[in-house]
Design a protein around this ligand. Sequence first.
Ligand SMILES: [Zn+2]
Length: 133
Amino acid sequence: MSNTWEAGATPWLRRHQTNAGYGTEPNPIQCLFCGGQNVKRSSTDHDEDPGRIELYCDNGSCDAREMVLLVKRDGAHSGLRADVRALRLVDEGKLDVHAAYPPEMRSYSLSEMAKLSEGVVERRTRKPSPSEE
Ligand SMILES: [Zn+2]
């Protein structure tokens, strides 16, 4: 496999692990937190989004279970992504997420979670309209 990647191309991990989801991953990678060879693509990882990968560490002794790998700068337009912009606002102290979205404890059924994930890729990759910039 080539060690090159350009903005918009399929990330290497999605070629290395072709199926995201539950069960045993035949090609796990190393966890960035515990160092175990137990990381697989999360069931919530979306193939359509080349700038963000959701990961899951399957090591029962690792507390970093759900992880997101997000490209913040790629020489193209990653800085305009909604998730990158929101993270920047939080980091700069301009967005208080707890004030905007007070913590709420709620559980969801599987069908509710499937319904909630509809449009996720569109929401997190949507470019701002000129009036929002
Ligand atoms: Zn781990």
